[in-house]
Design a protein around this ligand. Structure first.
Ligand SMILES: Nc1ncnc2c1ncn2[C@@H]1O[C@H](COP(=O)(O)OP(=O)(O)OP(=O)(O)O)[C@@H](O)[C@H]1O
Ligand SMILES: [Mg+2]
Length: 274
């Protein structure tokens, strides 16, 4: 394959973030309150196709802000976000639209993120409906397929979030993210709060899905214990800056930056600002 042109064109990096910064103005009405909050500062990293980068950092370090910027729900103040060879931040809204299918975000708080009125199958079908995919029957078939992929029994299809367990709700959120067959999945504390056996099951599932579909993951967490089970590489975020990038096993054996050492010592840190 090595010399063939299509191989030469295919890039190893699916995601490249260059000098990305995000600050939030603090306002009350028309009044500006002090200096803006600088949530991300000159963030640079890349993720190879089919691999997982774990992004770790204490509470308030900017992880979710980065997740929202990369999921195109928040606009960075400056910087570049290259996805499959295009800088999405330089595109017009209509040009960037197709990328919203290719990049999906899964949150921790599924109880809050899932509509209490929609059944599991309704939740999973919704992105297909919004994207105008197929007729009702084709959408149902695809949604049931996505349920099967994440190991949700068909018996859960008609249940609403409050009639599902935490692990089942997380699978619904995952199936919803997968139903449009994305390439890049951003998992923002997606396993936090689930009990250990459910975390292990979902981790195995994520690893299998990655193998089956060559998915690329950004796995965001402040809990370092699962990182080595999922990540190929780890980036440490501290006060909006990436201070270190290392292999998962080095996280425990050879953390260089004092903040990484501190994160390891405490495992779960609270926002220093709070
Ligand atoms: N919409 C917003 N307006 C103003 N400030 C914000 C906004 N969103 C985030 N911030 C601030 O940006 C900083 C980073 O927040 P962010 O939610 O990205 O942290 P995090 O690393 O995800 O934390 P956690 O682990 O607690 O989820 C915090 O100081 C936060 O208060
Ligand atoms: Mg967060």
């Amino acid at each position: 394959m090595g010399g063939q042109p299509e191989r030469a064109v295919a890039r190893r990096e699916l995601v490249e973030v260059k000098d990305l910064s995000k600050s939030f103005e603090r306002r009350r009405g028309i009044w500006r309150l002090g200096a803006p909050v600088s949530a991300l500062r000159n963030v640079n990293f890349s993720v190879e196709r089919g691999t997982t980068l774990a992004l770790v950092g204490e509470s308030g370090s900017g992880k979710s802000t980065l997740a929202r910027c990369l999921a195109l729900v928040e606009r960075p103040t400056v910087g570049e976000f290259w996805f499959d060879g295009r800088n999405l931040l330089a595109l017009r809204r209509s040009e960037a639209f197709p990328y919203r299918r290719r990049i999906q975000l899964v949150f921790q708080d599924t109880a809050g993120a899932l509509s209490p009125y929609l059944t599991a199958i309704g939740t999973i079908e919704e992105p297909l409906l919004i994207a105008g995919r197929g007729d009702a029957r084709a959408r149902r078939v695809r949604a049931l397929e996505a349920m099967d992929e994440v190991g949700l029994p068909a018996g859960c299809a008609e249940r609403r979030p409050l009639e599902l367990s935490g692990g089942q709700r997380q699978r619904v959120a995952l199936a919803r993210a997968l139903v449009l067959q994305p390439e890049f999945l951003i998992l923002d504390e997606a396993l936090t709060g689930l009990d250990l056996s459910i975390q292990a099951q979902i981790l195995n599932l994520l690893n299998r899905l990655q193998g089956d579909h060559a998915l690329t993951y950004l796995y965001i967490t402040h809990d370092l214990s699962l990182v080595s089970h999922i990540a190929d590489d780890v980036a440490v975020l501290w006060r909006g800056e990436i201070v270190e990038r290392l292999r998962p096993r080095e996280l425990f054996s050879n953390p260089r930056h004092p903040h990484t050492q501190g994160l390891l010592a405490s495992r779960l840190l609270l926002d220093p600002a709070s």
